[in-house]
Write a protein that binds this ligand. Structure first.
Ligand code: GTP
Length: 383
């Protein structure tokens, strides 16, 4: 695979495809065309995620489960260019390029590669396949991130310790601690104390990969602190236990309140979205198949037999609020609905400000608009 921007970038994105099970007419409203027009061309300010890992570490599998992150999916709240490098092979010599590369693959180790990719990459995901001996992967990790950091210190480095399914919880934590320690020691030895690595335990066989992607994506959303504040205010005034703001297509949560996320709650909310979309696809479309499985009217309440209630409502054409609450709190449904109305309005204001500044940024061709925010995520030109 050749990784170059421009025409090839589109070809690359196309080759990833979009999971077929999701309705193609998911979006609604008229602004989509306008937004597309105003989208910067590839190579501008679109967040970029570059996946890297040793051969057979699981890059393509992760790419398949996360295929909604592809740039050709316009039904996403965020637009990413998700690329991956498949030729980071386990060559014995770090100084020479891998002897066997996939057809057309770029030499990962050349300075040209760094200047092209790392300068324009917001996030660099590295995959350490979990195995008893992960020393080689750690050496590679250190080599890659230190080179990338020297070219672009703004990159977020995210390390997925992948294929951890089958390990006991204790073993997972122990492994993560050991890898974290060794990776940081290597960086200190290399004089790169300022380089920060974040670690995640992932597997494609559960929701851990989506949860990890959620956290990676959140770091690229400048409005995150504002969204978290709004969610905190909403849940504390509504007697709700946990609330997620989901990108409906990818099932990545772009924000949640400040209480800790437990995997079970996240999975429950993901499953709810699946149920809602599946049922809407069967009963929500018109007889001629027109209409949308998710639109302004979308809202669902599911009461579980353990006194838990799940509450989903449309926030924007990309986003849904999914909440978990106790049955007794749901008795004040009127209050929850009213608070939701205020919350939804606030979210629209946050993103309208974002889009205005985004467009202004494009027209003025000034500094990257996503950076132009105050400490609480509000665009500076709107203050
Ligand atoms: N147990 C387990 N196996 C996984 C996981 N993810 C991927 N695999 C398996 O790992 C093997 C390699 O996965 P690929 O996705 O082809 O790896 P890759 O990094 O794209 O490989 P190359 O393109 O050859 O570099 C496959 O057999 C996958 O089924 C995981 O989370 N857990």
């Amino acid at each position: 695979m050749s990784l170059q921007y421009g025409a090839e970038e589109d070809a690359l994105a196309d080759s990833y495809g979009v999971v077929d099970s999701f309705p193609k007419d998911f979006g609604y409203g008229v602004e989509e065309a306008e937004l597309e027009e105003d989208n910067p061309a590839p190579g501008d300010s679109k967040p970029r995620i570059l996946l890297m890992g040793l051969r057979r570490s699981g890059k393509s599998s992760i790419q398949k489960v996360g295929s909604h992150l592809c740039t050709n999916n316009r039904d996403l709240f965020f637009f990413f260019f998700l690329a991956y490098v498949s030729d980071l092979v386990s060559s014995s010599s770090l100084s020479s390029p891998p002897p066997q590369k996939k057809s057309g693959a770029r030499n990962f180790f050349s300075p040209l590669f760094y200047s092209i990719f790392f300068r324009s990459t917001n996030t660099d995901l590295n995959y350490l396949e979990f195995q008893d001996d992960y020393m080689e992967a750690l050496t590679r990790l250190n080599f890659t991130v230190s080179k990338a950091f020297k070219v672009n210190p703004e990159i977020n480095f995210e390390v997925f310790i992948h294929k951890v399914d089958g390990l006991s919880d204790d073993h997972k934590i122990e492994t993560q601690r050991d890898i974290h320690q060794r990776a940081n020691d290597d960086l200190v030895d290399a004089g790169l104390e300022k380089l920060h690595l974040s670690f995640y335990l992932t597997s494609i066989y559960d929701h851990s990969i989506f949860e990890a992607f959620s956290k990676v994506v959140q770091k690229l959303i400048p409005q995150l602190p504002t969204l978290e504040n709004l969610l905190n205010i909403f849940i504390s005034n509504s007697g709700i236990e946990k609330a997620f703001l989901f990108d409906v297509v990818s099932k990545i949560y772009i924000a949640t309140d400040s209480s800790p996320v437990d995997m079970q709650s996240y999975e429950l909310c993901c499953d709810m979205i699946d149920v809602v979309i599946d049922v809407s696809c069967i009963y929500g479309l018109k007889e001629d198949g027109s209409g949308s499985a998710y639109d302004k009217e979308s809202m669902t309440i599911i009461k579980l037999n353990n006194t838990t209630v799940l509450y989903l409502k449309e926030v924007t054409k990309f986003l849904a609020l999914v909440c978990i609450l106790r049955e007794e709190s749901f008795e004040r449904k009127g209050l929850i609905d009213y608070n939701f109305h205020c919350f939804r309005k606030a979210i629209h204001e946050v993103f309208e400000v974002g889009i205005t500044s985004y467009r202004t940024g494009i027209h003025q061709m000034s500094t990257p608009n996503l950076k132009a925010v105050t400490h609480n995520g509000t665009p500076r030109n709107a203050v």
